[in-house]
Structures are given as C-alpha cells and as structure tokens.
Design a protein around this ligand. Structure first.
Ligand code: NAD
Ligand code: IPM
Ligand code: MN
Length: 358
C-alpha cells in the first residue's frame, strides 16, 4: 500500500497523553486494512520553547510541510502564560495554521445517544443533535494588527479585526458545500448589527447563496446563536462563522456532547492536506494524571482518514469502535455520571483499539 506520512506534534499538558492513544489507533488501522503510515515526531508549543527557544521550530514546520497530514495534541500551560507573544505556545499554533494555509476549521459536535445523560443539558433538548461548526481559521481579530500605546488615560491595547472578501468567500463556499452533503441547512453567524467585518461577511454570504439554491440559509447574530445552541441544538446542521466566534461557539457546542474531551477537528486549506487536533487544550489541571479523555483526538484520526486520505471505511471503523465502547458503559471522568467508575486515558484507548474491526 501507498505510505502516508503523518507528522505528529504532541505538544504540552495532556497533548502527549491523548496523542499516544490516537497513535495506537493508527497502528491498529495498519493491521486491519494493510495501510502504511510513516510517523515523524516534532517539537511544538511550550516544550519547543523550552528546548529550541521558539514554539514553532523551522524543522517542525518543514516536517509538517512534507507530510500528508498532521496529528496535533494541544499546546500551552501556566509555565508560558506570562511570556511575551513570540514565546507563547499559542503563537506557534496560530503560526502553524497560517503557514500551512489552513483557513477552514471543521468541528463536528455529535451527541451520542448513550451520552445524553453526560451533558449538563436536558436529554430531550439534545436528542438528534448532529452539527458542524465551520470556523474561519486564519483571519479576523486573531491575525489583525495588535499593539500597545499610550493614551490620554494611560496604556491602551489594540486588536484589529480584518477580513477581505476572498477570505470570507472561500470559507463560506466550503460551508455551503458541506451543507449540501448533509441536511442542507446553513446558519451563518455574525454580528452584522455592530461590526463592519460582519457586514462584509453577510453581504458576501448573500451574494453567493443563490449558487447553492438547495441549501436553506439563515443568518444568526452571534449572541442569539450562543443562546439558540442551548435552546434548539438539533435544529442546527452547519454553522459557518469567523475565527473568534467559531472558537467560542465550538466550546459551547462541546457541552452538548457531554464534554470538550469528545470534540474532534480538522483544519483544511484548498487541497486534501489537513491538520487534525482535538478542540480542547492542554488541560493543565489534569495533565500527567492519565485521566484525560482521548476520544476527541481519536475521532480526529477518523476525520483524517475521511477528509485527507479517503479511507472512509477506516474512519467509520473508528467511529463505530468509539460508539460501541461508550454503549458498553465505559467512561473517562469527564463524561462519567458515576465518577468512581471512571477509567483512564490508556484504558479508554485500549478499549477503542480492541473494539476496532472490519
Ligand atoms: P482546556 O480545553 O485545556 O481545558 C478546559 C477544561 O476542560 C479543563 O477543566 C480540562 O481539564 C477539561 N478538559 C479539556 N480536555 C479534556 C479531555 N480530553 N479530557 C477531560 N477533560 C478535558 O482549556 P483551558 O484550560 O482554557 O486552556 C489550557 C491551556 O490550553 C491554555 O494554555 C490554552 O491556551 C491552551 N489551549 C490550547 C488549545 C490547542 O492546543 N488547540 C486549545 C485550547 C486551549
Ligand atoms: C483552539 C484554541 C486556540 C484558538 C488557542 C489556543 C490559540 O482555543 O484551537 O480552539 O483560539 O484557536
Ligand atoms: Mn478554543
């Protein structure tokens, strides 16, 4: 079989713990399907700051550039929280997304039936929830000019939010195309009642919407969307939004599924190359304890198979394995109703690997 190169950057905190379980899933897939994965490991985030003096070393970036896909854990932690911007793990994350041209971040939030009781929301509200947040990932306030200055009343800080038509158009088109393959409903989320970038966003959506006549489009203001996500989550299919709104709404959507430890993501550009990572961070509060939920990272591998490699069946095998392990009642602490019965990261990974079959 053709060898697929996967760049693995585990990062900080629980990153290495959850990535180790995802790697077991990759190995099991090789056994089951005869696929060949060549894994290459690189330093990234806080650990790269400590060892190389920068969160995104050139050799790590080059390793990602020559790979077919990237598997990423998470970065960040209290140790680096007071560093200057260039020496922050998060700056490396933004840098790698930008350098690899990954403007589209796909974050599915699916409520597993057996986890309806794990959410803080009422089960009947969650019934049938299966949505995707499509988050613009390389523009907006994250990437606009930032600076400090002296104002009349002391120091001021400025973050600028910039979007151009081309940036909006390419992400919105992707979202329409995803919606066409699903339930054909698209919610475009903005703050067009206040922000100029949002008015450009909405104009652009309206201009290209006629090209997708089969998709039912609604515009939702972001504050209302935050509310509707809790009131009527199952009515959403695809949500497309700008960078910061997408960051916030996807963590909110995570709680529909029971835990942020369940949410996978794919970051894509124009081609098939992609970076796959859980939506959650490095979880410093539980790092090193072996209790993090590896499912978000494992489901990110399923997305890698489906979206970059075209290994649809292998992706399905992973999803089925996760579902069967959850159906059998196995829970990490974050999704356990009875916390005293919770299992650890490795146990969860092993159970999922054992449940994988064709
Ligand atoms: P976080 O997502 O790391 O953690 C939020 C809460 O969710 C914590 O209580 C944590 O224990 C829990 N949690 C997260 N993932 C879990 C998992 N797999 N299993 C069980 N529980 C889980 O967010 P935070 O605490 O705001 O951020 C911590 C650090 O991570 C910060 O430095 C932040 O910048 C960074 N961060 C990185 C990424 C990334 O690498 N993509 C994403 C978000 C945050
Ligand atoms: C995420 C994270 C990052 C973001 C941070 C760590 C830079 O929260 O991937 O959701 O805001 O994009
Ligand atoms: Mn986030």
């Amino acid at each position: 079989a053709e060898v697929k190169k996967i760049a693995v950057i585990a990062g900080d905190g629980i990153g290495p713990e959850v990535v180790a379980e995802a790697v077991k899933v990759l190995k099991k897939t090789e056994e089951l399907f005869g696929y060949k994965f060549e894994l290459e490991y690189g330093l990234f985030g806080g650990i790269a700051i400590d060892e190389k003096g920068t969160p995104l070393p050139q050799e790590t970036l080059e390793m990602c550039q020559r790979a077919d896909a990237v598997l990423l854990g998470a970065v960040g932690g209290p140790k680096w929280d007071n560093n200057p911007k260039e020496l922050r793990p998060e700056t490396g994350l933004l840098g790698i997304r930008k350098a690899l041209g990954l403007f589209s971040n796909i974050r599915p939030a699916v409520v597993f039936d057996c986890l309806k009781d794990a959410s803080t929301l009422k089960p009947e509200v969650l019934e049938g929830t299966d949505l995707i947040v499509v988050r613009e990932l390389t523009g907006g306030i994250y990437f606009g000019e930032k600076f400090r200055r002296e104002g009349a009343n002391g120091q001021e800080a400025v973050d600028t939010c910039v979007y151009n038509v081309q940036e909006v158009e390419r992400i919105v088109r992707q979202a329409f195309e995803i919606a066409q393959k699903r339930s054909k409903r698209l919610a475009s989320v903005d703050k067009a009642n206040v922000l100029e970038t949002s008015r450009l966003w909405r104009e652009t959506v309206n201009r290209i919407a006629p090209e997708y006549p089969d998709v039912e489009l609604e515009h939702v203001l972001v504050d209302n969307c935050a509310m509707q996500l809790l009131r009527r989550p199952s009515s959403f299919d695809v949500i497309v939004t700008e960078n910061m709104f997408g960051d916030i709404l996807s963590d909110e959507a995570a709680m529909l599924t029971g835990s942020i430890g369940m949410l996978s993501s794919a970051s894509l550009g124009e081609g098939s190359f992609g970076l796959y990572e859980p939506v959650h961070g490095s979880a410093p509060d539980i790092a090193g304890q072996g209790i993090a939920n590896p499912i978000a990272t494992i489901l990110s591998v399923a997305l890698m198979f489906q979206l970059t490699f075209g290994y649809a069946e292998a992706g399905q095998v992973i999803e089925n394995a996760v579902k069967s392990v959850l159906d059998a009642g196995h829970r990490t602490g974050d999704i356990a109703v009875d916390k005293s019965k919770a299992i650890g990261t490795k146990e969860m990974g092993d159970l999922i690997v054992a449940a994988m079959s064709r």
